[in-house]
Unconditional design. Structure first.
Length: 454
């Protein structure tokens, strides 16, 4: 086995928050074995490209990033890890001879023996299967978030089997982590100074449904998390609209630690599109869900994703989607054009020629919908002007008396930001700020007192 003591590793992370957690786990494994993490690829002996393989555009970004790093750092060992490596590992081994190795995304403990073999002169591929759930390692040291915030993965994989989705191909069926393991990790994060725990999974509400009882344990998990001592908040990311837990709203309303932020990927509003997706809802039922949330929790923030150009899409279904957007008045929405993924059930719904034709229309529809939603978002943000909000300071603007942060109504990476005008602000701390104006989809604010908690 090769000696890795004292060697330096750089990681380029692509894709979703779940991929980021995987990256943090792999880096911790390597650091424990003697590697030093560096934040500049110039300094690295080993470069890990933690790829995304979910849709075509993400795969292209992953491949382009790999070749850029391979070209710029010919002396380093460059390894492809993550979802693209897991999904197409054997193919990449043949078609990407420039890669020194290919490593999957399931048993992350194996990254250390993988790298040792790499430094013994082997060009290898390792796509290890998941270990028993009780033996997985979730230990992390360095986090790739801004200070004060962390992602906390509660499950892996998915059992929903939406017909367009490649996640089950990449990450397999649902695997819920033991509740005690999640609580222990949450406690470690809070003890380390984390103020915002962002719960992530393909569907949070599905947590526990892979057990013998088939019953969700998500509310049980939330009730346990709020008992952890310390000043922190819990943000929920990704709850499937067709299985929204009936008891979630009173639970959120009764616990200040749970941020009233609901990320619900509706994907569409017309049954002609939703049924081929494998989804049960429609415009009216989804609007009722939105209204029920706002009735129970008037200050709730709602985010969604909507997919354009899937099977059954037409001017008529887009008109229905526009009506849903107008009625729902969601705070944040991400719009995505459907990517036709091989080996998914929806792949054979239409030919490549038909898909290319609808994509051209989808680009036009996407621009129309984005413009419509941007107006709604800006209007929704106006309700915060003149109020005082908790703001998590993320970073300082060099050379200016400015900082960038987020209120509880803004999730990391996907929503707008809050610009704070002030001096001596500390990244990772939470302060009270007065919101002074809306600028596009961002907020502007000034501190009204110092630390809420640090």
């Amino acid at each position: 086995m090769g000696d890795i003591t004292g060697k330096r590793v750089y990681l380029e992370n692509l894709g979703c928050a779940k991929n980021q957690v995987d990256a943090e786990v792999m880096i911790h494994q390597l650091v424990q074995e003697g590697y030093t993490l560096v934040d500049n690829a110039d300094l690295a002996d080993l470069i890990l490209v933690n790829t995304c393989g979910f849709i075509e555009s993400a795969r292209e970004e992953s491949i382009n990033t790999f070749f850029s790093l391979r070209s710029d750092y010919p002396e380093a060992k460059v390894v492809m890890t993550g979802c693209l490596a897991q999904r197409y590992g054997q193919q990449l081994l043949v078609e990407l001879p420039e890669a020194d190795g290919i490593f999957g995304n399931r048993d992350l403990r194996q990254i250390t023996p993988f790298v040792r073999r790499l430094y013994s002169g082997e060009r290898i591929i390792d796509l290890p299967a998941y270990p028993p759930i009780t033996e997985e390692s979730n230990l992390r040291g360095t986090l790739f978030n801004f200070p004060g915030s962390a992602y906390l993965k509660i499950s892996e994989g998915c059992n929903h089997r939406c017909r367009y989705c490649a996640i089950p191909l990449i990450r397999g069926p649902l695997r819920s982590r033991p509740l005690d393991d999640i609580l222990e990790e949450a406690q470690r994060l809070v003890n380390s100074g984390i103020k915002e725990l962002n719960l992530i999974a393909q569907d949070l509400a599905a947590y526990g449904t892979d057990s013998e009882s088939k019953q969700s344990r998500f509310l049980e998990l939330l009730e346990a998390l709020v008992t952890i001592e310390g000043d922190f908040r819990i943000r929920m990311l990704y709850i499937h609209p067709d299985d929204f837990p009936a008891g979630l709203l009173p639970l959120v309303a009764s616990h200040a630690k749970i941020i009233p932020y609901f990320d619900i990927p509706f994907q569409h509003a017309h049954p002609t599109v939703l049924r081929p997706m494998g989804r049960l809802g429609d415009r009216k039922s989804y609007v009722r869900l939105v209204q029920s949330i706002r009735t129970a929790i008037p200050n709730a923030t709602l985010r969604s994703t909507l997919m354009i150009g899937f099977t059954g899409e037409s001017d008529e279904t887009i008109a229905e989607l526009k009506q849903f957007i107008s009625e729902a008045q969601l705070d944040w929405v991400g719009f995505f054009i459907y990517s036709r993924e091989e080996d998914t059930p929806a792949f054979t719904d239409r030919s490549a020629v038909e898909h290319k034709s609808i994509q051209k229309k989808a680009q036009k529809w996407q621009k129309e919908l984005e413009a419509m939603q941007e107006t709604i978002t800006s209007k929704r943000l106006q309700r915060f002007v003149g109020t005082t909000q908790e703001v998590l300071i993320e970073e300082l603007v060099e050379g200016e008396d400015l900082a960038i942060g987020r209120t509880i109504h803004q999730a990391p990476e996907v929503d707008g930001l809050t610009v704070i005008i002030g001096r001596n602000l500390i990244p990772g701390s939470v302060i009270h700020c007065g919101i002074t104006r809306v600028n596009g989809i961002d907020l502007e604010a000034i501190p009204v007192n110092r630390e809420v908690y640090s």
